[in-house]
Design a protein around this ligand. Structure first.
Ligand SMILES: NC(=O)c1ccc[n+]([C@@H]2O[C@H](COP(=O)([O-])OP(=O)(O)OC[C@H]3O[C@@H](n4cnc5c(N)ncnc54)[C@H](OP(=O)(O)O)[C@@H]3O)[C@@H](O)[C@H]2O)c1
Length: 329
């Protein structure tokens, strides 16, 4: 199987790239070579997907079984990709987002038939527009698309609702006994998926003839409360968490930049029904509990001091929200 990943060395896609190589797939990675991640035995095409004219010559020489774009965010990106890959691939996979599912949800169990609608988050609306463009191309000219919607998926990021993902700030706060913010009363339900688990479901969709025209989410079946999620992060750091519970509405009033990620996503309970991916990829099962995976992630941060960045902007923002909340009570 000859596969092209646009991206392929990111937080989710690195695990998928490694599993492809393990399974003998002839994998090409198109990226700028900036991430520093090397995937042994993958072939590299160095380039910027935002400069398609420069890539057209190189890409034009190839015929693919599958093309996956890990970094398409707008319908213009999809239009560009249809131009580049129409007639050149047997399958094109778009990485959408489970945040595209209806917010607020009318039912906490999410299936692939849950409507797509998110008035709170532009990122999600743009992903919906990408999906619409692809559905149109599939219906009108048989563009062989498949849509995959990850929900919160981690490996080399610390996947909490309030703090930066690519930084060590939340762990530093926990270790120093500083307060951390948990939205709501911490009892809403959420699912966090390790990229290695996601990879097992995802690779099963590659060149899967029945997956054309279909959409899937791929998540763990482990459902946790946000209190349990932050407790697991604190336990991995070897400390107890000092949580301050603050209503999502209040957080967003003080810091409107959280509106998308909270009111457009993580403030509601969401339980993913993974029956569809399990029907299409029968050997898919997520096996990494968050408690285990987050220890590995913290270990990854701590093996290289340059990854343990403490962002004072994040710190000041958290201190400010806590202070305004505590003085208002
Ligand atoms: N993580 C989650 O919880 C979550 C949830 C829902 C949806 N998603 C979706 O998952 C996708 C992200 O996947 P990921 O985590 O594997 O990616 P990522 O961590 O964002 O990594 C980006 C990858 O793309 C490459 N890249 C960036 N800009 C490029 C450019 N202009 N041209 C060519 N290559 C470029 C990077 O390599 P270089 O820097 O070397 O070029 C790297 O390989 C996104 O579409 C996101 O919306 C993620």
């Amino acid at each position: 199987m000859k596969v092209l990943f646009i991206g392929g060395t990111g937080n989710i896609s690195t695990s998928v790239s490694k599993l492809c190589i393990e399974r003998g797939i002839d994998l090409y990675l198109l990226n700028r070579g900036k991430s520093g991640v090397k995937i042994a035995r993958a072939r590299t095409i160095t380039g910027d997907i935002q400069q398609p004219k420069e890539l057209a010559g190189t890409l034009g020489k190839h015929q693919w079984d599958v093309v996956v774009n890990w970094i398409a965010f707008t319908s213009n990106d999809i239009e560009r990709d249809i131009g580049l890959f129409f007639g050149k691939t047997r399958q094109y996979i778009f990485i959408s987002s489970a945040s595209a599912y209806q917010k607020p949800p009318s039912h906490p169990i999410i299936t692939e038939s849950t409507p797509l609608k998110n008035p709170f988050w532009e990122y999600s609306r743009n992903k919906i527009a990408c999906e619409e463009k692809l559905n149109q191309a599939y219906r009108q000219k048989d563009f062989p698309m498949t849509i995959v919607r990850p929900s919160l998926t981690y490996d080399t990021v610390i996947p909490v609702a309030i703090s930066g993902w690519k930084e060590y700030t939340i762990v530093d706060r926990l270790k120093k006994g500083k307060k951390i913010i948990v939205h709501g009363d911490g009892t809403s339900l959420w699912t966090i998926t390790h990229a290695k688990d996601f990879a097992r479901g995802f690779v099963g969709l590659l060149d899967h003839q029945q997956a054309i025209g279909q959409a899937f989410h791929i998540t763990s079946d482990e459902v946790l409360t946000w209190n349990q999620i932050y407790q697991a992060v604190a336990e991995a750091a070897g400390v107890e968490a000092k949580m301050v519970h603050i209503a999502s509405d209040f957080i967003c009033q003080v810091e409107p930049s959280f509106t998308g990620t909270l009111l457009g996503d993580k403030s509601y309970s969401a339980i993913f029904d993974n029956s569809k991916i399990k029907k299409f990829v029968p050997d898919f099962v997520a096996t990494i509990p968050f408690k285990t995976g987050i220890k590995q992630t913290l270990g990854w941060f701590e093996t290289d001091a340059s990854r343990m960045t403490i962002n004072q902007v994040t710190n000041r923002m958290m201190n400010r929200i806590i202070k305004i909340y505590e003085t208002s009570n």
